[in-house]
Each structure stands twice: as C-alpha cells, then as structure tokens.
Design a protein around this ligand. Structure first.
Ligand code: HEC
Length: 147
C-alpha cells in the first residue's frame, strides 16, 4: 500500500476530529451556573462576562436592554430558560446582522434555532432605542470573543 496515502488519510482524520471537537465545544451547555439550573442554552454566569468601556449610546442600550430583553436573553446577554444567549456563534454579526435585531423587535421571531418558543414582537421599541440596544449587545459580544 502507498504509505503516503495512508499518512494523508490519518492526517485528515486527526484534523477532522479536532474540528468536530472544536465545534462541539461552542455549543451551549446545560451545566448549572451559580446553583440554578440553566436548562436550555445558558453557558455562562453574568459575573463571568467581560464588559467593555461603554460609550453613551451603549449605556443607554444597557438600560433599554435590561428593561426589554433581559427577562429572556439574560443579564449581560447570557440567556435564561426563556430565551437564548447572544454570546453564541449563531448571533455574531456575520450570522445575525443588525437587521435581524430590528426585525425581531418589530415582528417577533418564530422558534427556529432553539426550543424556547417564539419571541413576541416588541413594537413599542423605537429604531433609535434598538440601535442603542444593538450597540450594547455587539459591545459585549466583541470583548468576549463573539465577533
Ligand atoms: C419573551 C421572551 C423574549 C424577549 C422579551 C425578547 N426575546 Fe429575543 N428571542 C426570544 C426567543 C425565545 C428567541 C429564539 C427564537 C428561536 O430562534 O428559536 C429570540 C430570538 C431573538 C433574536 C434572533 C432573531 C433571529 O432572526 O433568529 C434576536 C436578534 C432577538 N431575539 C433580539 C431581542 C431583543 C433585542 C430583545 C429586546 C428588545 C428581545 N429579543 C426580547 C425571546 C425573547
């Protein structure tokens, strides 16, 4: 048998295996954080999440996020048992651009990535407020490695 081909095949298997393990490790886990159970996606405790030095817009976004989004998407975007974390590769800008955020507030989101149910529309939130909420979320994503 041609040893070069065998070598290549073994190499491909090793690289493939590492790739799969890496992808798997990015999935949200069901591990319990701070003693409360996090059944559907929360992989981090809020205290473990780094915060950037917020500018004024992001500060406004933080307040609006806390009022309108945190009940489901969690403090510092870690997720809850009512909604997914934004600290996940599904929600980095290349996967869910800012338009997906405006749309989520305007018309809601039909369950498709997870099993939390639908996100209801939040039509009272203005585009200006959404802009600051998005800035806040992107800021947190960015300093925590979700870009
Ligand atoms: C009542 C709970 C709830 C609230 C409040 C809520 N969300 Fe959601 N949101 C969800 C759920 C559940 C999903 C996941 C749906 C799925 O993909 O299965 C979701 C998904 C999303 C998505 C992904 C949309 C897509 O295209 O897949 C965005 C963006 C989003 N929410 C933004 C927000 C923002 C911003 C706020 C606050 C202004 C907010 N959500 C408030 C429950 C909520």
């Amino acid at each position: 048998m041609n040893m070069n081909i065998v070598g290549l095949a073994v190499g491909a298997l090793v690289i493939g295996g590492v790739g799969v393990t890496f992808l798997k490790s990015e999935e949200p886990t069901n591990r319990s954080v701070d003693g409360h159970s996090t059944p559907k996606g929360q992989a981090f405790a809020p205290k473990d999440i780094k915060l950037p030095a917020f500018n004024l817009t992001e500060k406004r976004g933080e307040a609006a996020y806390t009022e309108n989004c945190a009940a489901c998407h969690g403090e510092r975007t870690v997720g809850t048992d009512q909604g997914p974390p934004f600290l996940h590769r599904v929600y980095v800008p290349g996967h869910h651009g800012d338009a997906a955020f405006y749309s989520a507030a305007k018309i809601g989101v039909r369950q498709h990535h997870w099993q939390f149910g639908n996100m209801p529309p939040l039509p009272d939130i203005s585009d200006g407020t959404m802009k600051s909420i998005i800035a806040y979320i992107r800021g947190i994503q960015s300093v925590n490695g979700f870009e």
